[in-house]
Design a protein around this ligand. Structure first.
Ligand code: IDP
Ligand code: MG
Length: 150
């Protein structure tokens, strides 16, 4: 089992796509183990996008990601990190396949609706930026009767 961080970025919230995008993750069979509405500030943007702070697009990215509320989710599943990235599609919506979130809904690389951690190390680091330990639920599949396996 892996856990990964998914962000429904401010454009997804502003366009009213939260339900649709959560639904896609649920239908795939991924488990929602944490969820909150967050307004990122500059400091959190710099931490979250640490690998990009020196890139030319960082200023625009930081302005956008702090521009309004976003939905942060902790998602669990087998190969969840890769699965989420596949559901999201390529970073640039021009290259994102139809059927993916970015392929179906996004038209610009700046406004590409979703974030998903890209490795187990990133997932662990990024989840800790958005969630305290007790804000991510632990399900025990053997004993928790409300968990229906997809
Ligand atoms: P990812 O979100 O698919 O993992 P990254 O390369 O990690 O893509 O970039 C993080 C975010 O920064 C992207 O989702 C996108 O919103 C933005 N971004 C990346 N490259 C560019 C660019 O060349 N111009 C503008 N924004 C970019
Ligand atoms: Mg990335």
């Amino acid at each position: 089992m892996q856990k990964t961080l998914v962000l429904l970025k401010p454009d997804a919230v502003q366009r009213g796509l939260v339900g649709e995008l959560v639904s896609r993750l649920e239908r795939k069979g991924l488990k929602l183990v944490g969820m909150k509405l967050v307004r990122m500030d500059d400091a959190l943007a710099r931490q979250h996008y640490a690998e990009h702070v020196d890139k030319p697009f960082f200023k625009g990215l930081a302005e956008f990601i702090t521009s309004g509320p976003l939905v942060a989710m902790a998602i669990e599943g087998e190969d969840a990190i890769c699965m989420v990235r596949t559901l999201m599609g390529e970073t640039n919506p021009a290259n994102a396949a139809p059927g993916t979130v970015r392929g179906d809904y996004a038209v610009s690389i700046g406004l590409n609706l979703v974030h998903g951690s890209d490795s187990p190390e990133s997932a662990q680091r990024e989840l800790a930026l958005f969630f305290k330990e007790d804000e991510i639920l632990e399900y025990d599949r053997a004993t928790d009767p409300w968990i229906i396996e997809s």
